[in-house]
Design a protein around this ligand. Structure first.
Ligand SMILES: *Cc1c(COP(=O)(O)O)cnc(C)c1O
Length: 362
């Protein structure tokens, strides 16, 4: 039998989650964010599954866009970080990719390039995130300049939310960020895009012309406090493996590297074929839950490269070959992420290439 570490990917759940995204903003359009190999779920499979429903896709680089084109997907593909080199512009125009534009040097490059056809750009406005984009008057000037270029056929105004996942924040709120969009760019006839998953799930204000759902498509809620919508999300990835060995350890004996776990009394330890080289985080704390045949058991000892160990003392029916779910339909990635001092995004994108993806649904 092959090594049992597998990520099951449920495409029907991804489509259901996408439909939830579109029903939340029925007046607008949605592009599906499939950067980072669709958050580890497989960009081509996910994009094919959404091909009839998504207006467009979004990725982080032209290489990621190319992967979708080469797979035969004809949709516009938005490059969320824009282009990095002038040489990308010709391909962007030919392939009908859309590019974010976040600085003046990019506009200069567009202005001095002959393109086979005019392009769609998404003007990035910095409303408080302070990573990328133009702010205030600069943004209006950039909009005007782009709109006047023969190389540009359409300009969409986009900003990104910093704290939409928080129920209450003493930092900049969604309303404050939207307020910082210059009024000239909120005029009728200008297409705007604000909502990521958290904005879409929890903030009416953020649901404008284009939504950009990412994490919610994969079934993990980004919200610090769940709401009626986030509770409808269906986990798409189930990371699973099996118990491959079991033993009793005596009081005072350690388990795994460094002896982080020492048995206080006799414990029955199960070894699971799943380690940090599969993307299960080495940071996982003692007691991080896993499901063994559907029942919770605590992780004990350090996660190693190819294995981890769990305490099965309270699960007398557990045996070699018992199914282990590390996160998924029955154990939320958010709960596991919290035990690893990280977020579900990081868990999903961290699942490595050596873990086969097993697809169900279409
Ligand atoms: C990644 C990304 C998104 C999607 O964010 P989620 O929190 O995963 O929904 C949306 N917009 C931009 C600009 C992004 O980079």
């Amino acid at each position: 039998m092959a090594r049992p570490a597998v990520a099951d990917i449920d495409l029907d759940s991804i489509r259901a989650n996408f439909r939830l995204a579109t029903t939340l903003a029925p007046q607008g359009k949605a592009l599906a964010v499939v950067k980072a190999d669709a958050y580890g779920h497989g960009a081509v499979r996910v994009a094919r599954s959404l091909a009839d429903e998504a207006e467009a896709f979004a990725v982080a680089s032209i290489e990621e866009a190319r992967t979708l084109r080469h797979a035969g997907l004809p949709h516009p593909v938005l490059l969320l970080e824009g282009f990095f080199e002038e040489s990308e512009l010709d391909e962007i125009a030919r392939e009908g990719y859309w590019s974010a534009v976040h600085d003046t040097a990019q506009i200069d490059r567009i202005a001095r390039t002959d393109l086979p056809r005019p392009i769609t750009v998404w003007l990035k406005v910095d409303t408080g995130m302070h990573r990328l984009g133009f702010s205030g008057a600069e943004a209006v000037a950039a909009y005007q300049r782009l709109s006047g270029l023969p190389q540009v056929e359409r300009v969409v105004v986009m900003t990104h939310l910093a704290n939409a996942d928080q129920a209450v924040t003493d930092r900049i709120s969604v309303a404050d960020q939207i307020e910082r969009l210059p009024p000239a760019l909120r005029a009728p006839g200008i297409e705007t895009s604000v909502a990521n998953s958290a904005g879409l799930l929890d903030h009416d204000l953020a649901r404008l012309d284009w939504q950009r759902p990412g994490i919610m498509l994969y079934g993990a809620s980004p919200l610090a406090v769940e709401n009626d919508y986030s509770q409808q999300l269906q986990a798409a990835m189930t990371l699973k493996s099996k118990i491959i060995a079991m033993r009793w350890v005596e009081p005072g004996e350690q388990v795994g590297y460094g002896g982080r776990f020492v048995a206080r009394d006799r414990r029955r330890i199960g070894t699971v074929a799943m380690g940090y080289a599969d993307g299960y985080p080495r940071q996982a704390a003692e007691g991080t839950p896993v499901l063994v045949d559907g029942q919770r058991a605590p992780l004990v000892g350090r996660v190693s490269m190819d294995m981890l160990t769990v305490d099965l003392t309270d699960l007398p029916n557990a045996r070699i070959d018992s199914e282990v779910e590390l996160w998924g339909k029955r154990l939320s990635a958010n709960e596991v992420a919290e035990c690893c001092d990280t977020i579900a995004y990081h868990l999903f994108t961290g699942v490595t290439a050596r873990v086969p993806r097993d697809y169900r649904g279409r």
